[in-house]
Design a protein around this ligand. Structure first.
Ligand SMILES: [Zn+2]
Length: 240
């Protein structure tokens, strides 16, 4: 039996430790009030008001391990403090939710055929070019039903499904960018999360090495960092 996470203490301590790195002065918290809900979309939120940090946390996190709990706490608190969110926290939380029997759109299957890109074709191409010797048996790909602007791709280990955000199904998005994201998500199938020094390593050294084998890796990343934010800001990409 593992120790249950003391959420009130965890949030309080995370608040204190993240405030140290904040440039602005951070208000103090007098107490933490939490409620656990079984929302269908698995979302959690926090609010600071007059010294009280109140939170609605998805009930599946009651059984979370320490690493997942810490990732969620950091994620929610950095949103309040206006600090940058670490993508590893997000992945840790998302991976935990994916492992739960609770699952949004659990049985639904979505199409890989978009208006501009056919993900099935992208998948086959990437598979031929990079993963000919790897076991991708049963791995499928689809356009996600959700318009994620920041999370452009996910991999669900339980259903072996790669999902790509439909914001990328756009003529302004170069094919090599889609290729890169599909390549990255396939690597998640091949390289499961590692446990190292008591924390989850989602993109381990081997993963990162393999990721760089994608021919236009740097170019794709540059596009995502420079062009994509402008497209999103100009609303060339539909709002989420
Ligand atoms: Zn990843």
């Amino acid at each position: 039996m593992k120790d249950a996470v003391d959420w009130n203490t965890l949030l309080y301590e995370t608040w204190i430790s993240l405030s140290k790195f904040s440039e602005k002065s951070v208000p103090e918290i007098k107490r933490v009030e939490l409620k656990f809900y079984p929302y269908r979309n698995g979302s959690s939120s926090l609010l600071w008001k007059k010294g009280i940090l109140s939170g609605k946390i998805h009930e599946s996190f009651l059984a979370a391990d320490r690493t997942t709990a810490e990732s969620l706490a950091k994620l929610l608190i950095s949103r309040i403090l206006g600090r940058a969110e670490n993508s590893d926290w997000k992945e840790s939380v998302q991976n935990y939710l994916n492992r739960q029997s609770y699952k949004p759109h659990r049985t639904k299957i979505y199409s890989p055929l978009g208006k501009h890109y056919d993900l099935e074709r992208v998948f086959s191409r990437i598979r031929c070019l990079y993963f000919e010797r790897d076991d991708l048996e049963g791995v499928r790909i689809e356009w996600s039903p959700r318009m994620g602007k920041r999370r452009l791709g996910t991999y669900d280990r339980e259903t072996k499904t790669v999902r790509i955000s439909p914001v990328l199904d756009h003529p302004g998005v170069p094919e090599f960018v889609i290729d890169h994201i599909v390549h990255h998500e396939i690597l998640h199938h091949l390289y499961p999360v590692l446990r190292w020094k008591n924390r989850n390593v989602i993109h381990g050294p081997e993963f990162k090495k393999k990721e760089r084998e994608f021919e236009r890796f740097r170019e794709a990343n540059r596009w995502l960092k420079t062009v994509y934010p402008k497209m999103a800001a100009l609303s060339l990409i539909p709002k989420s």
